[in-house]
Structure formats: structure tokens, C-alpha cells
Design a protein around this ligand. Structure first.
Ligand code: TYM
Length: 330
């Protein structure tokens, strides 16, 4: 069976960006790609590439696992697991490091951005992170990897590493392809639309967290940065703030930009933002309702146990074959 796989890093509460760029898209794909098996995981090993408080990390891991289900992924068609519960990720991550060049890792824009923000204490794990991400994907022979725009470069590296490994050791890995949604792949910060919305952002006002109170979400949308023109029109270059809000509107309602523009002819940003606040509140409200039902349930525990078992079964078989090809062990 062909596999679709993706992961989310539990470094904080997932955002509306994670929802529109990843989670909502996974659900859409699950409903349309009925002959694929879906693997989603909580990328907790990736989280510790930057400092995390152990208690908070544990809670964030559980939150991300519950959010996958709360967003509508079907547990019957899903292998949901926690990355650190499948040891083969670490083994293949190391093997990937051993075929990945320093220059390739130095070119990763996400690493460069993070390293630029953090002047001290940049860990070697943050640097080698893309090799582990490649392992996450290649271990399961995933054909498609749905991600937001910011992960495109990591996917390209994954493909390069898979091809390099196959050339060196013989046909081993499926070459994966990213699935990036047409809309919602890069939701921007509400206060600074030149930056992507990010769960580890310093300015919380620009970021909508999936588990924050609905009133606070509405307030953030109403105080989002726009421009002086007051006309609801999509122009990413000249009107990045309103264009970002229109993207959010369009991704949730599935109305086109032209349809949204037509709806707000003669109306100002106030009316538009008020409606958008309601639209987002309703969408996130449903997710929160499901989340509250799932988070402390036995169902979540049992889905994670099953996921752990199935993921280990596949990953252990694969890593044994890979290590044999490399010539490791007896
Ligand atoms: P992470 O946790 O940063 O993000 C999870 C997913 O959300 C997407 N995303 C966004 N989409 C739209 N707008 C935004 N502002 C936005 N911010 C984030 C991301 O593109 C991603 O799809 N390295 C990955 C986790 C990972 C992974 C993997 C993913 C580890 N191993 C293997 C796929 C396959 C990460 O840090 O995602």
C-alpha cells in the first residue's frame, strides 16, 4: 500500500498556520486519497533541537497527538505515533547524517533563520535536523508528504539523500514527493505579515494558537495589521496584511479571492474582519470541542499504543535491511 506521511513538532501549541497548512490539508487528503495509508506522528525528537521544559514538552506531545484526531483524521485509517517511541528513527537519522554533506545542511534556510535569531547555544542537533527528517520519511517508504511551504527545502534534501543512498547501496528507498496545498501553505504573522505565523514566535499577538480562548482569537483577528486603503482586495506584494487574512478566509470557506472581493465591495476592513473572526472562531471552536473530548480519553492512549506497534513493526524491518546494505553489524 502507498503511504502518505507527515509530522508536527511539539514545540508549543499548534497554530492556525499549522492547521491550514498541514492539519486541515491532511484531512482533505485522507478523504480524497482513499487507497493510501496515512502515517502521522508527533516529531518530539525534533522538538529538543531547541531547549524545552520537560513537563511542558510532555503536555505538548499529547496535545499534538490529540489535535490530529480533533481536526478530523480518521483513527481507522491512521497510524498515529510518537517519534521517540520508534527507535529506528534515531538509527536511520544517524545513517542519513553519514551521507549528508555539511554544505547541504548549511544551505537550509530554516536552520539559517533559527541560528540568526539565536546567537548562543545553537545545538548540533538543530544543524543535523534535516537528516533526521529525511529518516522519518524514508523509513516508511512514504510516497507523499503533505507539508506547508516552509518544509519544501527539507523535502528536496530528503529526495537527494534517498537518491544518493539508492545509487550507493542499491535500490532501497521510495523517492518521496511533497504535497503542498495551493492555498494556506504559508500563513503569515497577523502583526508582521512579512514573517510566517510560528508557534515559537516572540509576539503572541500575531499568532493564533489552536487551543487559546475563542474570544482572544477574535480579538487577534480584529487587531491584525492591514493598510490604509480600506478596500478588501488581494495583492500579496502591496497589501500583505489583508491578503493574508483573505487567504485564511479563503482556505476555510473555500471561496475564491474574487468571490471574497465581490462580497465586500463598498464595505470596509471592519466588516471583513468581523466576519473572518466569526469564521475562524467557528472552525477552531469545533476543533477545541473535539480536543476536549479526546485529550484525556482512553481512546487516545489506545490509538497511540496501536500506532507505536505498527510503526515499530514497519520501521524495524526497514532499518534492518538498511543497516545490512550499509554493511553494519555482523
Ligand atoms: P512544524 O511543526 O514546524 O510544522 C508542522 C506543519 O505545519 C506547516 N506550517 C505552516 N503551514 C502554513 N503556514 C504556516 N505559517 C505554517 N507553519 C508551519 C509546516 O510546513 C508543517 O507541514 N520539520 C517539521 C516536522 C517534521 C516532518 C517530518 C514533517 C519532522 N519530520 C517528516 C513531514 C515529514 C516541522 O518542524 O514542522
Amino acid at each position: 500500500m502507498n503511504i502518505v506521511l507527515s509530522g508536527i513538532k511539539p514545540t508549543g501549541i499548534p497554530t492556525l498556520g499549522n492547521y491550514l497548512g498541514a492539519l486541515k490539508n491532511f484531512v482533505r487528503l485522507q478523504n480524497s486519497m482513499t487507497d493510501y495509508e496515512f502515517f502521522v506522528f508527533v516529531a518530539d525528537l525534533h522538538a529538543i533541537t531547541t531547549p524545552q521544559d520537560p513537563k511542558t514538552l510532555k503536555q505538548n506531545i499529547k496535545n499534538v497527538a490529540a489535535l490530529y484526531l480533533a481536526c478530523g483524521l480518521n483513527p481507522e485509517r491512521l497510524v498515529l505515533f510518537i517519534q521517540s517511541e520508534v527507535n529506528a528513527h534515531i538509527k536511520l537519522g544517524y545513517a542519513m547524517q553519514s551521507i549528508c554533506y555539511m554544505g547541504e545542511l548549511e544551505r537550509m534556510t530554516q536552520y539559517k533563520d533559527k541560528a540568526a535569531k539565536q546567537t548562543q547555544g545553537i545545538t548540533s542537533a538543530l544543524f543535523t535536523y534535516p537528516a533526521l527528517m529525511a529518516a522519518d520519511i524514508l523509513l516508511y517508504d512514504a510516497k507523499y508528504v503533505p507539508v506547508g511551504d516552509d518544509q519544501k527545502q527539507h523535502l528536496e534534501l530528503t529526495r537527494d539523500l534517498a537518491i544518493r543512498f539508492n545509487n550507493r547501496y542499491g535500490e532501497t528507498f521510495v523517492i518521496p514527493e511533497p504535497l503542498i496545498p495551493k492555498k494556506g501553505a504559508r500563513i503569515m504573522d497577523l502583526q508582521d505579515p512579512s514573517k510566517k505565523m510560528d508557534k515559537s514566535s516572540d509576539n503572541e499577538k500575531g499568532c493564533i494558537f489552536l487551543l487559546e480562548p475563542i474570544n482572544s482569537i477574535k480579538k487577534k483577528i480584529k487587531s491584525a495589521v492591514t493598510d490604509l486603503e480600506t478596500c478588501v482586495r488581494y495583492d500579496k506584494e502591496k497589501k500583505p496584511g489583508i491578503s493574508n487574512l483573505m487567504t485564511i478566509y479563503s482556505t476555510i470557506t473555500e471561496l475564491s479571492f474574487a468571490e471574497i472581493e465581490a462580497k465586500y465591495v463598498g464595505k470596509g476592513y471592519g466588516d471583513f474582519k468581523k466576519d473572518l473572526a466569526e469564521i475562524v472562531a467557528c472552525e477552531v471552536g469545533k476543533v477545541q470541542e473535539n480536543f476536549n473530548r479526546i485529550i484525556n480519553s482512553q481512546e487516545l492512549e489506545s490509538i497511540l499504543n496501536q500506532g507505536k506497534e505498527r510503526a515499530n513493526l514497519i520501521a524495524n524491518r526497514k532499518i534492518d535491511k538498511i543497516f545490512k546494505k550499509i554493511g553494519l553489524g555482523r
